[in-house]
Write a protein that binds this ligand. Structure first.
Ligand code: PLP
Length: 374
């Protein structure tokens, strides 16, 4: 029977299956950590931080509560504060901009380009005397043109802080996302490429002073002797989550290879459709190694396509609830970003998660094709 003949259920993301795939090992880890009573800042956290830093080739990695906190730590360590402007791409999660706001600085949203990543020309146009930093989002598991960004940063003496929440292990010219600028944050939210069983995050930096500052900031401002040396917060990665992440890191290369294979299958089955525009394929950009956190297409009659797929059991999502950051009225932006706004009427994310088998991908692709052939 062809795949289209039966109704499948393909949720956009499948949390129970993610757990079930590894249930035995995960429960062993919980038991082991629990029996040791090793809940906060223990060996498992240090091990994971070391392994994660090695994985991306960063000098330092620090576990934090989540990537949003992580960005706050990065920005505070960079000295961002009142009077500063910080440029970010509006096609991102509000979490990129919120830390800028909470430090008393001004978030300045700019356009993305045709690959949905921050547009270098738009950054240049937004720089003022007050601009202090650029916060590129390494969106969908793809790294921005970091050479172009760094040259703008050098020209205007700006810091680069990467929102690498979606890009742990993505590479640009061989260098990992999150290791280019002053510092960066990674997210381990369960639906991320490396997901834990709850919230979790990591900050990366190659700078020793920045590392020391961020280490204190995540733990009440305490230095190694326990002395409180600054007003700070509490944002630690649970030792249990670190143990789980350290376990998952061992098979992470395989998980990424599978995501890239799913992207390859979508590309093989959809690239001839005139009505959709696909992300750059995994084998089509010699400068990049993309990890496909998401498979974000542009589609004609997007809303109808979304409904059609839903009717056939296929979950899709428009990223960020369908709005760029500057489009959330209550946040007080008065920017117009025509390219980004138009994009948000066309974008759709197809399912791309570890629970999908090849037949699932074919089923999704067939229903996209069927929609446009009617
Ligand atoms: C998920 C995500 C975040 C936030 O990560 P949390 O760990 O949930 O705080 C920030 N930025 C981007 C681009 C994200 O995708």
């Amino acid at each position: 029977m062809p795949a289209t003949a039966t109704l499948r259920k393909i949720p956009f993301f499948d949390y129970p299956t993610m757990f079930a795939a590894d249930e035995h090992e995960l429960l062993e880890i919980v038991a082991d950590v629990g029996r040791r009573g090793a809940f906060i800042m223990q060996r498992d956290l240090e091990d994971f931080e070391r392994h994660a830093a090695e994985y991306v080739g960063a000098k330092h990695a620090l576990g934090v509560g989540n990537a949003t906190d992580g960005l706050l730590l990065c920005m505070r360590a960079a000295g961002i504060g009142p009077g500063d402007e910080v440029i970010f791409c509006s096609h991102t999660m509000v979490a990129t901009a919120a830390p800028i706001h909470f430090l008393g600085a001004t978030p300045v949203p700019v356009e993305c380009g045709s690959d949905h990543l921050i547009e270098p020309a738009a950054i240049r146009a937004a720089v003022t005397r007050r601009t202090k930093a650029i916060v590129p989002t390494q969106l969908n598991g793809r790294t921005c043109d970091m050479i172009a960004l760094q040259s703008i940063a050098d020209e205007y003496q700006l810091l680069v802080i990467e929102d690498a929440a979606q890009a742990f292990g993505a590479r640009y010219r061989g260098q990992a996302a999150g290791t280019f600028g002053h510092s960066s944050a990674i997210s381990f939210y369960p639906a991320k490429t490396l997901g834990c069983l709850g919230d979790g995050g990591l900050v990366l930096t190659n700078d020793d002073d920045t590392y020391r500052t961020m280490k204190r900031f995540r733990d009440h401002g305490r230095d190694d002797s326990g002395d409180v040396v600054a007003w700070c917060l509490n944002s630690r990665l649970d030792n249990l989550q670190a143990a789980i992440l350290d376990h998952k890191l061992k098979s992470y290369d395989d998980a990424i290879a599978r995501r890239r294979q799913v992207a390859r299958l979508y590309q093989q089955q959809l690239s001839d459709l005139a009505e959709v525009r696909l992300p750059v394929g995994p084998d089509d950009d010699p400068e990049r190694f993309d990890i496909f956190q998401n498979y974000e297409i542009e589609a004609e009659r997007r809303d109808e396509l979304k409904t059609h797929l839903a009717e056939h059991g296929i979950g899709t999502l428009v990223q960020w609830g369908g709005k760029a950051v500057h489009q959330f009225d209550k946040l007080g932006f008065d920017h117009r970003l025509p390219f980004t706004e138009a994009l948000f009427t066309r974008m759709l994310m197809l399912p791309l998660n570890p629970a999908l088998d090849d037949d699932d991908v074919t089923y999704v692709a067939e229903h996209v094709r069927q929609f446009y052939s009617r």
